[in-house]
Design a protein. Sequence first.
Length: 457
Amino acid sequence: MSDEHEDRPSPDSTTQAPVDTSRRRFLGGAAVLGVGATLSACGNTSEAPSTPVPRPLTPQELDKALHDQVKTVVVIYAENRSFNNLFADFPGLEKPLSALSATDFQQRDRDGGVLTTLPPTWGGVLQVGPQTVDGVSYPSEVQFQQNLPNAPFALKGPNAEDLPLSLVTRDLWHVFYQNQMQINGGKNDGFVAWGDSGGLVMGHYAQSRYSLRLWDVAKEFVLCDNFFQGAFGGSFLNHQYLISATAPFYPDAAQSVAKAQIATLQSDDPTDTRLKPLDKSPASAMTGPPQFGPSALTPDGYGVNTLAPPYWPTWIRDPENPDYSKPDLPNVLVPQTHEHIGDKLSKSNVDWAWYAGAWQATLEQFKDSGGIPKIPNFQYHHQPFNYFKQQGPQNRAERDKRLRDGGLGDESTTNKFFADAQAGKLPAVSFYKPQGNLNMHAGYADIASATAISPAP
């Protein structure tokens, strides 16, 4: 979040206490000021709302305010869009994309030299196609923009039109080690070099302010422009980090069936953030994407890239024990037992649930199929509680209570999360994971469909 202020302090600002931007302080402020003011206005129109107390609240007062005013917390977890991809020049940003200097955004090659131009988008902007939007056909495996300078750019189509939000564009790498190499200690100059999408990673949607519904939501509420993600890499680890603030663990990985999934790093230090490229990996970002070996597990046994759940729904179901994954697969995580946010909520007698779009359809309709259709495109590794023994099939009552079907589609007539929200039946803490084709993930979902969902009947 950004305050509207100049970088140079005003004459009297040096004596003011620094702003507390912690999430807990923000929630407390929202509870006391935002929600409290709203409830006051709704409750008694004959009296003017009282002026908020200007002093900071004590931790005890924050706890009371949150308890009294915030009745339901909802976490909606969408997928894999960088901040600038959608909100590049949102009003009030601390660092608008258009205000950055070349030293802020220029990308470097794999040898450390500054790139003169951006490489092409490897494999084309669309890898599924052709796709048609408003009468315009967008072919797959085609470069829509070429010879771009080493700078951020607005995404355009074959006729130089703004690239529609309703196109399913190609996926971009979002993996643990490569992501750290891309960030490069905060310089952010390795996204082109250590990604698989060439120059596309520097693209953004120029028409967001006019066409993106989330833009209007952000204007009405809060947009956090200095928060990016909880953990390096992709969906699997970030979901795990969301609910437990730690990476999952695979004990004795080096002596297990999963040993081939252990990353080969550039040093013998198991905490090294640099993945070792294969010998055949191109030396320059201008000649092709880098190539690496497996890296789902760190040398010291942490699961950091995609591994399948040990319980159904998962990639390959055990025909002999259908509530579980097929045994002895190298890409399946062992059941986890460490504490997660659900455990903490349960210990405090706070009701909670994870709603997964297409959960029941996957359990019933696709249980014997070799894959999930592109609609609903249920994503197995996006269901973090399905990795935990606490919510495993051996604890059926707990599992059924916490892992709930989010239904299908984007209307409350078929979407059970929306229906419960509309009926006021959501648990006090509710997580919602949209079905795959509605989660905004590049490669199989578009932005327009995912942001058009609404609980209204």
